[in-house]
Design a binder for this molecule. Structure first.
Ligand code: FES
Length: 237
């Protein structure tokens, strides 16, 4: 969210000479076309200073692993890197000002979306960063597991090795410390992503219409369906 705090960034003329500079708050400012553009100086991939990158034709390339960003929006062309945080810039009488807050910040919904994207694209680092972010934001482990289950059951042949590993990891979570829980979640989710990679989505069957059946009875029905390998009946239950 934008604030009213604007950080002075010198003159546009000087920036055109220098090409790029870093200002207070760790924001990298670049001369771009007739004006300037600004992004958080930490590359969202692994933190390399973006002001050391190359800006060409509106694309900023980080010099560590060559992630590319639209300098105006911060959006990345490389799905294994997150979008860079872009800041608004204004020019008054040739002086540059950069808004202290980025145009967007990471929140729980965006972290869940990143987890979903990591699963869909089968990119471990995206899954790992989303899991750490969600745990740090106070999201419960079960909510994180749920994202993986919803994704895994809608891919390929449904329940398979990935979801089995995720379920096993979920079961050991209570015995682990925080770092262990993050690792276990990552391990389970990355196997769900691998199991679904390259497979077409499948359409899930709807649930039974009544919500009155007891969980115990549903568990009985589910077990009966599983025992005769009735996957459709199990899915409906
Ligand atoms: S740190 Fe920038 S691409 Fe890896």
């Amino acid at each position: 969210m934008l604030t009213e705090e604007w950080i002075p960034a010198g003159t546009l003329e000087q920036l055109r000479t220098d090409g790029a500079k870093v200002i207070k708050g760790g924001i990298a400012v670049f001369a771009h076309e007739d004006g300037a553009a600004a992004v958080d100086n930490r590359c969202p991939h692994l933190g390399f200073p973006l002001h050391l990158g190359s800006l060409c034709n509106g694309i900023l390339t980080c010099h560590w692993h060559h992630a590319r960003f639209d300098i105006c929006s911060g959006g990345t062309l490389d799905p294994w890197a997150d979008d860079a945080l872009a800041h608004d810039v204004k020019i008054e009488n040739g002086e540059l000002w950069v808004n202290a807050s980025p145009r967007r910040t990471m929140n729980i919904e965006k972290l869940k979306q990143r987890l979903q994207e990591g699963l869909e694209q089968n990119i471990g680092i995206v899954i790992a960063k989303a899991v750490v972010g969600l745990i740090e934001a106070g999201v419960s482990e079960d909510e994180i597991v749920r994202v993986g289950i919803l994704y895994g059951t809608s891919q390929g042949s449904g329940w398979g090795s990935g979801l089995t590993i995720l379920a096993a990891m979920r079961n050991v979570l209570p015995k682990l410390d925080k770092t262990g829980r993050i690792l276990a979640l990552y391990h389970g989710l990355v196997h769900v992503a691998r199991a679904g990679a390259g497979r077409a989505p499948r359409w899930l069957l709807g649930p039974l219409p009544s919500a009155d059946t007891s969980p115990e009875r549903l568990a009985d029905w589910y077990r009966s369906c599983v025992e005769v390998r009735d996957s459709q009946g199990a899915e409906k239950v």
